[in-house]
Design a protein around this ligand. Structure first.
Ligand code: ATP
Ligand code: MG
Length: 366
């Protein structure tokens, strides 16, 4: 699939833009702070209905304006589609082919985008939060229902934490805790089970890609590290039961701390190269290659699940990769994946994919 046409109104520093893109590689060229990342972010938001940079939608609206609008014409293998997302103080309104979508989960999934930004290079070494975010966003791409469960989880978790804090100060009746714990255990089990099965799938694609990029054909393995002792083959009802048992066992401790101590918000990912943990033992280069393999795996996974390659957004990352990794990345996408690349100059990038790409210069949000 590709974005044929993108129209922006009051999006960050861009008052108005109306751009036709190439189905292959598009280079957004410009000095710092001109709006390159903003254009790329808009493409991401069009597909994901949220930014990769901020959880606060309000920041996407141009200063002193009341709304931001992103419109896109998407070309797919067998159809075309017009998408529109309006962000205002009142929330988000999404349309597909002029039809208002009452639920965002009906809108999500129409345009698949994969973002690869410098933060992703910190996937391995960064905080667990970075890895959880990676996982959530990636699963959300192929399963809009996952996003729905995730937002339920976040809501219940917040209420439960508040309740535990109140109980800590003896200001609240404990009956409510059982109700919220049950709700939390249900969604926690759903998220955990989805994460396990998604990772198994990602691993299938990532391992051969990683072996192909590395000279010694290194074996990459990705594992889920849950905060509760459970394994990948447990069914949903067993997971719920185990969560409930554990919550019962740590009840006093949770009240004492005033916070929920186990669940998907405390889980993590582990990466192994040749069965050694990359986070602890991997070189800088191995960590970057791991991140690159995972992103490339995601392209293949989405193609497998959705039937088409997603749109790839490379924000400032080409210049962060050395020559051989750059070449590998560009060879992989060549002629198959619509790609957006931001850079301040193309001189350092020799690959003919970039030399032949469509160039757009971005200046002061124009
Ligand atoms: P770099 O090369 O440094 O990454 P860039 O071209 O990617 O630069 P952007 O991140 O796209 O730059 O930001 C461009 C400008 O947009 C920034 O100067 C920022 O102050 C401005 N900006 C961000 N949010 C808003 C907003 N809501 N309204 C108006 N301007 C904004
Ligand atoms: Mg930028």
């Amino acid at each position: 699939m590709h974005i044929q046409h993108l129209k922006l109104t009051n999006y960050r520093n861009i008052a108005r833009a109306d751009i036709e893109f190439s189905p292959e590689v598009n280079v957004l060229l410009g000095q710092n702070a001109q709006g390159k990342t903003n254009v790329m972010e808009a493409a991401y938001v069009l597909g994901m209905a949220k930014s990769h940079r901020t959880p606060r939608d309000k920041e996407l609206i141009k200063w002193d304006e009341t709304y931001a609008k992103i419109e896109g014409d998407i070309v797919k293998k067998n159809s075309s589609l017009s998408m529109r997302l309006v962000i205002s103080e009142q929330g988000k309104k999404a349309r597909l082919n002029q039809l208002e979508q009452k639920k965002l989960s009906m809108y999500l999934g129409a345009l698949n985008v994969v973002m690869f930004a410098p933060e992703d290079l910190h996937l391995v070494k960064g905080s667990p939060q970075v890895r959880r975010r990676f996982l959530d966003m990636e699963i959300g791409q192929v399963s809009p229902m996952y996003m729905h469960h995730l937002s339920t989880y976040v809501k219940v978790l917040k209420q439960r934490n508040q309740l535990l804090k109140n109980m800590q100060r003896k200001k609240q009746d404990p009956v409510m805790l059982d109700v919220l714990t049950e709700q939390l255990a249900d969604t926690a089990a759903t998220l955990t089970s989805k994460r396990f099965s998604f990772l198994a799938l990602l691993q299938q694609w990532a391992a051969p890609i990683h072996a192909g990029i590395t000279e010694q054909h290194e074996a990459l393995r990705v594992a889920y590290k849950p905060s509760l002792d459970v394994s990948a083959n447990e069914d949903l009802s067993t997971l719920v039961k185990k969560y409930l048992e554990k919550f019962q066992a740590i009840r006093e401790k949770e009240i004492e701390r005033g916070s929920t101590l186990i669940g998907p918000h405390r889980d993590d990912l582990l990466f192994y190269v040749n069965e050694k943990e990359v986070q602890t033992y991997g070189s800088q280069g191995q960590q970057r290659t791991t991140a690159l393999s995972l992103k490339l795996a995601e392209l293949e996974l989405i193609r497998h699940e959705v039937g088409e390659y997603p749109v790839l957004l490379l924000d400032d990352v080409l210049s962060e990769l050395d020559n051989s990794r750059q070449t590998h990345l560009l060879n992989t996408i060549q002629g198959k994946v619509q790609t957006f690349v931001t850079t301040t100059n193309v001189d350092g990038i020799e690959h003919d994919t970039i030399q032949k790409a469509a160039m757009f210069s971005v200046r002061h949000g124009d």
